[in-house]
Design a protein around this ligand. Sequence first.
Ligand code: FAD
Length: 395
Amino acid sequence: MRFKIVIVGGGTGGITVAAQLLRRWRALSGEIAIIEPSEKHYYQPLWTLVGAGITPLSVTVREEERVIPPGAVWIRDAVELFLPGENRIVLKSGESIAYDWLVVAAGIQLDWDKIDGIREALESGTVGSNYAFDTVEKTWNALKRFEGGMALFTAPNTPVKCGGAPQKIMYLAEDSMRRKGVRAKATVRFVSGGTMIFSVPKFAATLNRIVRERNIETHFRHNLVALDPVKQEAIFENLESGDRVRMPYDFLHVVPPQSAPDFIKESPLADAAGWVDVDMHTLQHKRYPNVFGIGDNTNLPTARTGAAIRKQAPVLVHNLLAAIRGEPLSARYNGYASCPLVTGYGRLMLAEFVYGDVPSETFPFDQAKERFSMYVLKKELLPIIYWDGMLKGVM
Ligand code: FAD
């Protein structure tokens, strides 16, 4: 089989790019293949609200076939091998597909097995994670049962998708404890492998005030490495001393370590850290000019979010079409990303920024303040923009 354009991954980036390409150039109909093994497509940003019992899980998932744009060919398989020197990929089924142009949008990999005991712990009723479809409801089930004691929220020292998500659930959980009347009996603790609460100073100032005012403990440079679900203990590595530190818990929200998907890490498309090695402004691969990358699997030095992809996609599409026509790549991505930091039931601070952690705000007010209007934007408006705008290639 051969296609003019092959897109690896039918998630946020892959579908948005396919839909925009087909809108801009109808003649590509039948010439674009999307390789995607999953029968389902997820709107992951709402998992934060699912974990807090606000939104039902069912609204975050649709059949993949419903989001494949008309004119694109869906190949239900996984890519195993990139052969960019031969303009070919090999699928799990063994089939080989040739392409003129390749777009890599396979997302980020959740490395659950780097935490010993995680599988058992996730079945224990006190542990959840908003990071996967099949673990997010466990967060709310465990929170509902929580009547006081130690509530731990972890973040790994690896890159993650949506850097704010590990703490969004903590603010929601803390708020839910107040509403339930158990906050006075609880310790709320954020244990992160990172070095600070948030990388953009303007928004970090608000978050640091919130943790102080709401009496949330923060521990940095501590990476979760193991769980003992019988004793209800989490074992962290102190990244400075190398010591193991044990913390008991009565509720635990885990964010798994994350990395580039293995099949990308092992391919010629990867940089030294395993990510698809693209130019930070044009999104073209640095060594293979007929390859482009988008989203969480790239080494773009910005936050891995769907909001970033909303700004990356038109740049990629413009530059890919220019490359096909032999024209210079004139569109440039400025690193825009956004992180809607939910800070409680009905409160949100919308952090928006570009390369260099420079704030870049959309609204004519100070976005470093928590607002109800921004919460409504995340809960009600952004899902519509996603399903009916981004995935249809119109935003
Ligand atoms: P994905 O959408 O994950 O898609 C990757 C696709 O590649 C998947 O469908 C996968 O099945 C497929 N794939 C994997 N391996 C292969 C293979 N071998 N061959 C072919 N296909 C393959 N973003 C925001 O903008 N705002 C938020 O508030 C926000 N909150 C979040 C909260 C949580 C809890 C989580 C988990 C994420 C959140 N995000 C948020 C991040 C956002 O969902 C991701 O950044 C975005 O979905 C990434 O898109 P992507 O296309 O790179 O990857």
